[in-house]
Ligand binder design. Structure first.
Ligand SMILES: NC(=O)c1ccc[n+]([C@@H]2O[C@H](COP(=O)([O-])OP(=O)(O)OC[C@H]3O[C@@H](n4cnc5c(N)ncnc54)[C@H](OP(=O)(O)O)[C@@H]3O)[C@@H](O)[C@H]2O)c1
Length: 288
Protein backbone atom coordinates (compact mmCIF):
# COMPACT_ATOMS: atom_id res chain seq x y z
CA UNK A 1 0.00 0.00 0.00
CA UNK A 2 1.37 3.43 -0.95
CA UNK A 3 2.45 5.84 1.78
CA UNK A 4 0.54 9.07 1.10
CA UNK A 5 1.59 12.36 2.69
CA UNK A 6 -0.88 15.22 2.47
CA UNK A 7 1.06 18.49 2.72
CA UNK A 8 -1.30 21.12 4.16
CA UNK A 9 0.27 24.56 3.78
CA UNK A 10 -1.05 27.84 5.16
CA UNK A 11 0.70 29.74 2.33
CA UNK A 12 -0.69 29.96 -1.21
CA UNK A 13 1.79 27.45 -2.60
CA UNK A 14 2.93 24.40 -0.62
CA UNK A 15 6.64 24.70 0.25
CA UNK A 16 8.85 22.86 -2.26
CA UNK A 17 11.42 22.24 0.50
CA UNK A 18 8.84 20.29 2.51
CA UNK A 19 7.76 18.32 -0.57
CA UNK A 20 11.32 17.21 -1.34
CA UNK A 21 12.04 16.18 2.26
CA UNK A 22 8.73 14.32 2.39
CA UNK A 23 9.82 12.11 -0.52
CA UNK A 24 13.31 11.74 0.94
CA UNK A 25 11.73 10.75 4.26
CA UNK A 26 9.91 7.84 2.69
CA UNK A 27 6.54 9.05 1.37
CA UNK A 28 5.56 7.34 -1.88
CA UNK A 29 3.35 10.20 -2.95
CA UNK A 30 3.08 13.78 -1.66
CA UNK A 31 -0.11 15.74 -2.30
CA UNK A 32 0.22 19.46 -1.62
CA UNK A 33 -2.62 21.84 -0.80
CA UNK A 34 -2.03 25.57 -0.31
CA UNK A 35 -4.04 28.36 1.28
CA UNK A 36 -5.46 26.12 4.00
CA UNK A 37 -7.18 27.42 7.11
CA UNK A 38 -9.20 25.83 9.90
CA UNK A 39 -12.31 26.81 7.92
CA UNK A 40 -11.52 25.03 4.66
CA UNK A 41 -9.64 21.93 5.81
CA UNK A 42 -12.57 19.75 6.95
CA UNK A 43 -13.21 17.82 3.72
CA UNK A 44 -9.50 17.18 3.22
CA UNK A 45 -9.10 15.71 6.71
CA UNK A 46 -12.20 13.59 6.29
CA UNK A 47 -10.80 12.25 3.03
CA UNK A 48 -7.64 11.22 4.87
CA UNK A 49 -9.27 9.55 7.88
CA UNK A 50 -12.23 7.74 6.32
CA UNK A 51 -10.61 6.04 3.34
CA UNK A 52 -8.42 3.24 4.62
CA UNK A 53 -9.06 0.27 6.94
CA UNK A 54 -7.78 0.64 10.52
CA UNK A 55 -4.66 -1.45 9.92
CA UNK A 56 -3.86 0.57 6.78
CA UNK A 57 -4.39 4.09 8.15
CA UNK A 58 -0.71 4.30 9.11
CA UNK A 59 0.01 4.69 5.39
CA UNK A 60 -1.76 8.06 5.29
CA UNK A 61 -0.30 11.10 7.10
CA UNK A 62 -0.69 14.88 7.22
CA UNK A 63 2.11 17.47 7.32
CA UNK A 64 1.23 21.07 8.27
CA UNK A 65 3.59 23.79 7.03
CA UNK A 66 3.74 27.37 5.78
CA UNK A 67 5.59 30.53 6.73
CA UNK A 68 3.31 31.56 9.62
CA UNK A 69 3.70 29.52 12.81
CA UNK A 70 0.55 30.96 14.40
CA UNK A 71 -1.52 30.02 11.34
CA UNK A 72 0.22 26.63 11.29
CA UNK A 73 -0.60 25.96 14.94
CA UNK A 74 -4.25 26.85 14.31
CA UNK A 75 -4.44 24.55 11.28
CA UNK A 76 -2.65 21.75 13.13
CA UNK A 77 -5.18 21.97 15.96
CA UNK A 78 -8.11 22.14 13.53
CA UNK A 79 -6.93 19.01 11.70
CA UNK A 80 -6.84 17.07 14.97
CA UNK A 81 -10.28 18.31 16.05
CA UNK A 82 -11.70 16.21 13.21
CA UNK A 83 -10.16 13.01 14.59
CA UNK A 84 -12.21 10.64 16.71
CA UNK A 85 -11.75 7.16 18.08
CA UNK A 86 -10.36 4.89 15.39
CA UNK A 87 -10.45 7.62 12.77
CA UNK A 88 -7.20 9.49 12.78
CA UNK A 89 -3.89 9.61 10.92
CA UNK A 90 -0.44 10.73 12.01
CA UNK A 91 0.28 14.48 11.87
CA UNK A 92 3.34 16.73 11.94
CA UNK A 93 3.73 20.52 12.33
CA UNK A 94 6.81 22.27 10.95
CA UNK A 95 5.86 25.76 9.74
CA UNK A 96 8.94 27.31 8.09
CA UNK A 97 11.03 24.44 9.41
CA UNK A 98 10.43 25.87 12.87
CA UNK A 99 10.35 22.68 14.91
CA UNK A 100 13.05 20.76 13.05
CA UNK A 101 15.44 23.74 12.82
CA UNK A 102 15.00 24.82 16.44
CA UNK A 103 15.20 21.23 17.67
CA UNK A 104 18.41 20.55 15.73
CA UNK A 105 20.08 23.75 16.97
CA UNK A 106 19.09 23.28 20.61
CA UNK A 107 19.91 19.55 20.52
CA UNK A 108 23.41 20.36 19.25
CA UNK A 109 23.83 22.94 22.02
CA UNK A 110 22.59 20.39 24.57
CA UNK A 111 25.08 17.84 23.26
CA UNK A 112 27.89 20.42 23.47
CA UNK A 113 27.36 21.65 27.02
CA UNK A 114 24.94 22.28 29.87
CA UNK A 115 21.67 24.15 29.29
CA UNK A 116 20.05 23.70 32.69
CA UNK A 117 20.44 26.83 34.82
CA UNK A 118 22.29 28.76 32.09
CA UNK A 119 21.32 32.19 30.82
CA UNK A 120 20.28 31.90 27.17
CA UNK A 121 19.42 34.74 24.80
CA UNK A 122 17.52 34.07 21.59
CA UNK A 123 18.32 37.00 19.30
CA UNK A 124 15.50 38.07 16.97
CA UNK A 125 13.47 35.26 18.49
CA UNK A 126 10.04 36.37 17.30
CA UNK A 127 10.00 34.22 14.15
CA UNK A 128 8.90 30.58 13.87
CA UNK A 129 12.38 29.18 14.57
CA UNK A 130 13.15 31.56 17.45
CA UNK A 131 9.89 30.96 19.29
CA UNK A 132 10.29 27.19 19.13
CA UNK A 133 13.97 27.40 20.11
CA UNK A 134 13.21 29.65 23.10
CA UNK A 135 10.60 27.18 24.32
CA UNK A 136 12.96 24.22 23.93
CA UNK A 137 15.78 26.00 25.78
CA UNK A 138 13.38 26.93 28.60
CA UNK A 139 12.09 23.38 28.85
CA UNK A 140 15.71 22.23 29.24
CA UNK A 141 16.01 24.48 32.28
CA UNK A 142 17.74 27.52 30.77
CA UNK A 143 16.72 31.04 31.84
CA UNK A 144 15.70 32.40 28.48
CA UNK A 145 15.49 35.94 27.12
CA UNK A 146 14.12 36.72 23.67
CA UNK A 147 14.89 39.89 21.76
CA UNK A 148 12.97 41.79 19.10
CA UNK A 149 13.44 45.21 17.57
CA UNK A 150 10.21 46.36 19.21
CA UNK A 151 9.18 45.48 22.77
CA UNK A 152 5.59 44.71 21.80
CA UNK A 153 6.81 42.03 19.33
CA UNK A 154 8.99 40.46 22.02
CA UNK A 155 6.15 40.51 24.55
CA UNK A 156 3.73 39.01 22.06
CA UNK A 157 6.14 36.16 21.25
CA UNK A 158 6.80 35.44 24.95
CA UNK A 159 3.06 35.38 25.68
CA UNK A 160 2.54 33.00 22.79
CA UNK A 161 5.30 30.72 24.06
CA UNK A 162 3.83 30.80 27.59
CA UNK A 163 0.37 29.90 26.33
CA UNK A 164 1.63 26.98 24.25
CA UNK A 165 4.49 25.61 26.37
CA UNK A 166 3.84 26.92 29.91
CA UNK A 167 7.38 28.28 30.23
CA UNK A 168 8.53 31.79 31.05
CA UNK A 169 10.67 33.64 28.53
CA UNK A 170 11.71 37.23 29.22
CA UNK A 171 11.10 39.79 26.44
CA UNK A 172 13.79 42.37 25.68
CA UNK A 173 13.74 45.21 23.15
CA UNK A 174 16.96 45.38 21.15
CA UNK A 175 16.70 47.54 18.07
CA UNK A 176 20.26 47.32 16.75
CA UNK A 177 23.57 45.46 17.16
CA UNK A 178 24.64 47.60 20.12
CA UNK A 179 21.40 46.91 21.95
CA UNK A 180 21.74 43.20 21.20
CA UNK A 181 25.33 43.28 22.52
CA UNK A 182 23.91 44.68 25.77
CA UNK A 183 21.24 41.97 25.81
CA UNK A 184 23.91 39.21 25.70
CA UNK A 185 26.20 40.82 28.28
CA UNK A 186 25.44 38.20 30.96
CA UNK A 187 24.45 35.36 28.62
CA UNK A 188 26.06 31.92 28.64
CA UNK A 189 24.29 30.79 25.47
CA UNK A 190 23.40 32.88 22.42
CA UNK A 191 21.12 31.53 19.71
CA UNK A 192 20.57 33.79 16.70
CA UNK A 193 17.33 33.21 14.81
CA UNK A 194 17.06 36.40 12.80
CA UNK A 195 15.77 36.71 9.26
CA UNK A 196 18.01 35.47 6.46
CA UNK A 197 20.88 37.82 5.61
CA UNK A 198 20.62 40.02 8.70
CA UNK A 199 23.67 40.48 10.94
CA UNK A 200 22.59 40.69 14.59
CA UNK A 201 26.01 40.96 16.27
CA UNK A 202 29.46 41.91 15.01
CA UNK A 203 32.45 39.69 15.82
CA UNK A 204 33.77 42.18 18.39
CA UNK A 205 30.45 42.16 20.24
CA UNK A 206 30.73 38.53 21.37
CA UNK A 207 34.40 37.53 21.09
CA UNK A 208 35.49 39.34 24.28
CA UNK A 209 32.40 38.42 26.32
CA UNK A 210 33.76 35.96 28.89
CA UNK A 211 30.28 34.82 30.01
CA UNK A 212 29.42 33.24 26.66
CA UNK A 213 30.03 29.49 26.43
CA UNK A 214 28.08 28.50 23.31
CA UNK A 215 26.68 30.23 20.22
CA UNK A 216 24.43 28.93 17.44
CA UNK A 217 23.25 30.84 14.38
CA UNK A 218 20.34 29.64 12.22
CA UNK A 219 20.96 32.12 9.39
CA UNK A 220 22.81 30.58 6.45
CA UNK A 221 22.46 33.58 4.13
CA UNK A 222 25.36 36.06 4.21
CA UNK A 223 25.84 38.21 6.07
CA UNK A 224 25.43 35.68 8.86
CA UNK A 225 23.56 36.49 12.05
CA UNK A 226 26.73 36.33 14.15
CA UNK A 227 29.74 38.08 12.63
CA UNK A 228 33.06 36.25 12.92
CA UNK A 229 31.47 32.79 12.69
CA UNK A 230 31.15 30.47 9.70
CA UNK A 231 27.93 28.79 8.60
CA UNK A 232 29.89 25.49 8.42
CA UNK A 233 31.01 25.67 12.09
CA UNK A 234 30.26 22.32 13.71
CA UNK A 235 30.70 22.85 17.41
CA UNK A 236 34.20 24.28 16.91
CA UNK A 237 36.03 26.51 19.37
CA UNK A 238 36.29 30.18 18.51
CA UNK A 239 37.59 32.54 21.16
CA UNK A 240 36.86 29.97 23.87
CA UNK A 241 33.22 29.51 22.83
CA UNK A 242 31.58 26.54 21.09
CA UNK A 243 30.11 27.67 17.77
CA UNK A 244 27.38 26.01 15.71
CA UNK A 245 26.71 27.51 12.28
CA UNK A 246 23.51 27.06 10.28
CA UNK A 247 24.94 24.44 7.95
CA UNK A 248 26.92 22.95 10.83
CA UNK A 249 23.70 21.86 12.52
CA UNK A 250 21.75 21.81 9.24
CA UNK A 251 22.72 18.20 8.54
CA UNK A 252 20.95 17.16 11.75
CA UNK A 253 17.97 19.36 10.84
CA UNK A 254 17.54 17.59 7.50
CA UNK A 255 18.12 14.11 8.93
CA UNK A 256 15.62 14.93 11.69
CA UNK A 257 12.99 16.18 9.25
CA UNK A 258 13.36 12.99 7.20
CA UNK A 259 13.24 10.82 10.34
CA UNK A 260 10.03 12.57 11.41
CA UNK A 261 8.42 11.82 8.04
CA UNK A 262 9.43 8.17 8.41
CA UNK A 263 7.99 8.11 11.95
CA UNK A 264 4.64 9.39 10.68
CA UNK A 265 4.16 6.11 8.83
CA UNK A 266 4.92 3.83 11.81
CA UNK A 267 1.33 4.01 13.08
CA UNK A 268 -1.67 6.28 12.69
CA UNK A 269 -1.34 8.08 16.05
CA UNK A 270 1.89 10.05 15.78
CA UNK A 271 1.57 13.74 16.75
CA UNK A 272 4.88 15.37 15.87
CA UNK A 273 5.09 18.89 17.24
CA UNK A 274 7.87 20.61 19.22
CA UNK A 275 8.04 18.13 22.11
CA UNK A 276 8.24 14.91 20.08
CA UNK A 277 10.51 16.44 17.44
CA UNK A 278 12.90 17.82 20.07
CA UNK A 279 13.02 14.43 21.83
CA UNK A 280 13.96 12.77 18.56
CA UNK A 281 16.55 15.49 17.84
CA UNK A 282 18.24 14.93 21.19
CA UNK A 283 18.38 11.18 20.61
CA UNK A 284 19.84 11.69 17.13
CA UNK A 285 22.34 14.33 18.31
CA UNK A 286 23.67 12.15 21.12
CA UNK A 287 23.90 9.12 18.80
CA UNK A 288 25.84 11.08 16.16
N1 LIG B 1 19.77 26.15 9.30
C1 LIG B 1 18.62 25.66 8.87
O1 LIG B 1 18.50 24.46 8.63
C2 LIG B 1 17.43 26.60 8.73
C3 LIG B 1 16.15 26.12 8.43
C4 LIG B 1 15.08 27.03 8.40
C5 LIG B 1 15.32 28.38 8.61
N2 LIG B 1 16.60 28.81 8.83
C6 LIG B 1 16.92 30.20 9.09
O2 LIG B 1 16.54 30.44 10.45
C7 LIG B 1 16.35 31.83 10.63
C8 LIG B 1 15.05 32.07 11.37
O3 LIG B 1 13.97 31.64 10.57
P1 LIG B 1 12.54 32.30 10.79
O4 LIG B 1 11.65 31.78 9.71
O5 LIG B 1 12.13 32.10 12.21
O6 LIG B 1 12.92 33.83 10.56
P2 LIG B 1 12.02 35.11 10.22
O7 LIG B 1 10.66 34.89 10.74
O8 LIG B 1 12.18 35.43 8.77
O9 LIG B 1 12.78 36.25 11.03
C9 LIG B 1 12.99 36.16 12.42
C10 LIG B 1 13.00 37.54 13.02
O10 LIG B 1 14.07 38.31 12.49
C11 LIG B 1 13.81 39.66 12.82
N3 LIG B 1 14.29 40.56 11.77
C12 LIG B 1 13.84 40.71 10.51
N4 LIG B 1 14.52 41.65 9.85
C13 LIG B 1 15.42 42.13 10.73
C14 LIG B 1 16.42 43.17 10.67
N5 LIG B 1 16.62 43.86 9.55
N6 LIG B 1 17.15 43.41 11.78
C15 LIG B 1 16.97 42.70 12.92
N7 LIG B 1 16.03 41.73 13.03
C16 LIG B 1 15.28 41.46 11.96
C17 LIG B 1 12.29 39.79 13.00
O11 LIG B 1 12.08 40.13 14.36
P3 LIG B 1 11.40 41.50 14.86
O12 LIG B 1 10.72 42.14 13.68
O13 LIG B 1 10.45 41.03 15.91
O14 LIG B 1 12.54 42.31 15.41
C18 LIG B 1 11.80 38.38 12.72
O15 LIG B 1 10.69 38.02 13.51
C19 LIG B 1 16.40 32.47 9.23
O16 LIG B 1 17.64 33.05 9.01
C20 LIG B 1 16.20 31.26 8.31
O17 LIG B 1 16.79 31.47 7.04
C21 LIG B 1 17.63 27.94 8.92
Amino acid sequence: MKKLLFQFDTDTYPAVFDTVVAYDGGADHVIGHGGLTPDNVTALVEGAIFTRAPKDKKNTAIFVGGSDIVAGEALFAAVQRHFFYGFQVSVMLDSNGSNTTAAAAVAKLAASGTLNGKKAVVLAGTGPVGQRAAAMLAREGAKVTLTARKMERAVQACEHIKARFEVDVTPVEAFDNDARANAIEHANIVLATGAAGVELLTAEQWQTNSNIEMIADANATPPLGIGGTDMMDKGIDRHGKIIWGAIGFGALKLALHRACIAQLFTDNKQVLDAEAIFALAKAMASAA
